[in-house]
Ligand binder design. Structure first.
Ligand code: GAL
Length: 657
């Protein structure tokens, strides 16, 4: 468990660097990420490199025994490069090239830019790849940020045609897969196929899905080129990339397959304001962030880069240190939250938590984004709390041997990018958001005190006691086999198995290949406008509500466990498999999941919404996301290591189990 920080030496006079490094060290930080936006300083003119400043920055950090996480600078190609290759710019869905003057202004399919990416990666890795200070790498920065995965450029169109030709082999196969007989969309050759933009109304859904798959593969290929060069020129240093929150525009499992460590950028307050929470939730969690937003991503990214024992290697590369600038509203965290978020990440298995950023910049786009230091170099609240965690880690490490702990949970929640794209392309109801549903179900599991692995549909499932499919619109044969072979309790949320790989309705109707396991057939689906609420009752009379989405099940070989008031099964059960016919409220999901967990032999709790408990090896960690003290004695907690049974506001407690 290590702390780090994101640092931009190029933003500050050189005579500040040594003092900055000394203060980082004193604060208990041991890693410093640099370089991801520094291309214009590294190569001010084509082919003229200025290494002197970067040599000095790295040496200055090294002199304080700080390890450097060096980045390839490809997220910010300099002006001269864009001017030399104007067609490297991504093109938006209206056909307009995106402009220079911010960042991420490149198209993944541009061969000219791909060549530049390889060239600058080779230069940077060649110079620093074996430098003793350089301990890890980050490729680029936040692939896809600012809506940059899909590009309607000429290069993307040509690449898409080649990709389709490889995938389908013949145009007849493509016409069948896309159902192009509908509306006379039939093609005579791959070279007739455009990108699905600027169509008069909705473009063909299978066409759109393949475009997303192609664009995702382009991100994978771009990243893979950099990783290959870094591995060649900097052997032995782990290569990472910093993924984002609630972001599904490319298949992260595919990118992560080429990385050693998955990292992600955690901005709990920004995400609370910018994503799908209700207005009441945005107020309630304004200063703590929703408790399950960070851990949802910790558990997702832990499932990306697995070691030989199947345990995930992951870091938080950017941790919110105070108010940010980019959310719709940017509240300040309650005192204690920066420490709590740090401990929460460690409790889910993070190897490193690295704060973004060292000092708040008084200029340019992010001048309203806090840092550990204020612009005048005084300590901001986040720094005080980071230093506190630093001291706590030193103290605990002596007593517990914290390092090298990894998490394996008893519950698996399957996360499938391809299926999420299907649901985005055909939501069928304006507020059917599969990503939100996945998060809500995760949150219900966490409220029951359960630890969760969020896993790829290709993951080994053999060790899990409970497996949940929150948004599995398509079930591939190999996933079906692993589900059928597992002995786990299985919970299928609405729309499971609703589509084929080509995004058609399966011949046997939903849940398609899951029908034999679930014993139900979905006869009809309905999306429900806001305010439309259906009551769902279990045999003991306990009600929950459902909205947004409901399905009519025909029970072929299953019993109803709960019914809609208006009749028909809302939850159907066949042995170890439960199928849910609606978007339930939190109480409803907890009811279904508690029953499944109990059938799996897992103990459940009933936690207040602001209290979360996580197990890490033989440590138990509790986090209080509220401004009130809360009493907490988790089952199995023996020896207190940090804090005690009454958690202070925004407090953390750690016990040995
Ligand atoms: C991240 C990004 C950083 C910085 C930060 C601000 O998305 O990687 O460069 O912009 O957000 O919160």
């Amino acid at each position: 468990m290590k702390l780090g920080v994101c640092y931009y030496p190029e933003h500050w006079p050189q005579d500040l660097w040594a003092e900055d490094a000394r203060r980082m060290r004193a604060m208990g930080l041991s890693l410093v990420r640099i370089g991801e936006f520094a291309w214009s300083r590294i190569e001010p003119e084509p082919g003229r490199f200025d290494w002197a400043w970067l040599d000095r920055a790295i040496d200055t950090l090294h002199a304080q025994q700080l390890g450097v996480v060096l980045c390839t600078p490809t997220a910010t190609p300099p002006k001269w490069l864009v001017d030399a290759h104007p067609d490297m710019l991504a093109v938006d869905a209206q056909g307009r090239p995106r402009g220079f003057g911010s960042r991420r202004h490149y198209c993944f399919s541009s061969e000219a830019f791909r060549e530049q990416s390889r060239r600058i990666t080779r230069e940077v890795a060649g110079r620093y790849g074996r430098h003793p200070a350089v301990v890890a790498w980050q490729t680029d920065n936040e692939y896809g940020c600012h809506d940059t995965v899909l590009s309607a450029s000429a290069a993307a169109q040509a690449g898409f045609r080649r990709w389709l030709a490889r995938r389908y082999g013949s145009i007849e196969a493509l016409n069948r897969a896309w159902g192009t007989v509908f509306w006379s969309q039939e093609y005579r050759g791959f070279d007739e196929i455009d990108l699905p933009v600027l169509t008069v109304t909705e473009a063909n859904p299978s066409h759109r899905l393949d475009w997303r798959r192609y664009a995702s593969d382009e991100v994978v290929a771009f990243n893979r080129e950099q990783v290959g060069i870094l591995r060649e020129l900097s052997p032995g240093r782990p290569v990472s990339h910093n993924f984002m929150g609630f972001f599904t525009e490319f298949n992260h499992h595919d990118v992560a397959a080429d990385l050693d460590v998955a990292t992600w950028d955690s901005y709990p307050l920004g995400f609370t304001q910018n994503f799908f929470l209700t207005p009441e939730e945005k107020v309630r969690w304004a200063r703590t962030g929703h408790p399950d937003i960070p851990s949802y991503h910790h558990d997702l990214y832990r499932g990306m880069c697995l070691d030989a024992q199947g345990r995930g290697r992951w870091w938080v590369m950017e941790q919110q240190p105070g108010p940010v600038n980019w959310a719709q509203w940017n509240p300040a965290p309650l005192d204690g939250m920066v420490r709590l978020w740090t401990w929460q990440a460690f409790a889910h298995g993070a190897e490193v938590v690295s704060y973004f950023r060292w000092r708040q910049a008084p200029f340019a786009q992010e001048q309203m984004h806090s840092g550990l230091l204020r612009p005048d170099s005084a300590l901001a609240q986040g720094a005080v709390e980071a230093a506190q965690v630093g001291a706590e880690l030193r103290e605990l490490a002596g007593r517990t041997g914290l390092d090298g702990l990894r998490v394996r949970a008893p519950v698996a929640l399957v996360f499938d990018y391809d299926a999420l794209w299907m649901s985005r392309i055909q939501p069928q109801g304006a507020d059917y958001n599969a990503l939100e549903l996945s998060f809500r179900i995760y949150s219900a599991l966490r409220g029951l005190g359960l630890d969760v692995d969020i896993v790829s549909p290709r993951a080994a499932l053999g060790t899990y006691r409970l497996i949940v499919l929150p948004a599995q619109l398509h079930v591939a044969d190999d996933l079906l086999q692993r589900l059928a072979q597992s002995a786990a309790q299985l919970v299928l949320a609405p729309r499971a198995g609703a589509k084929t790989a080509e995004l058609h309705i399966p011949a046997e109707l939903p849940p398609g290949p899951l029908g034999a396991l679930s014993g139900v057939v979905v006869e009809r689906v309905a999306s429900l406008p806001p305010g439309w609420v259906e009551t769902v009752r279990w045999a003991d009379g306990a009600p929950a509500t459902a909205g947004r989405w409901r399905e009519d099940f025909e029970l072929r070989d299953a019993q109803a466990e709960a019914c809609f008031d208006v009749g028909r099964a809302a939850v159907a059960r066949r042995g170890r498999v439960r199928s849910v016919a609606a978007w339930l409220d939190a109480a409803g999901w907890q009811r279904v999941l508690r029953a499944a967990a109990q059938d799996a032999g897992l103990a459940t709790a009933d936690l207040p919404e602001s209290l979360r408990i996580s197990r890490l090896g033989d440590l138990i960690v509790a986090c209080n996301f509220s401004d009130q003290p809360v009493a907490c004695t988790p089952a199995g907690a023996r020896q207190p290591l940090l804090g005690n049974d009454t958690l202070a506001p925004c407090g953390v407690a750690v016990w040995k189990a």
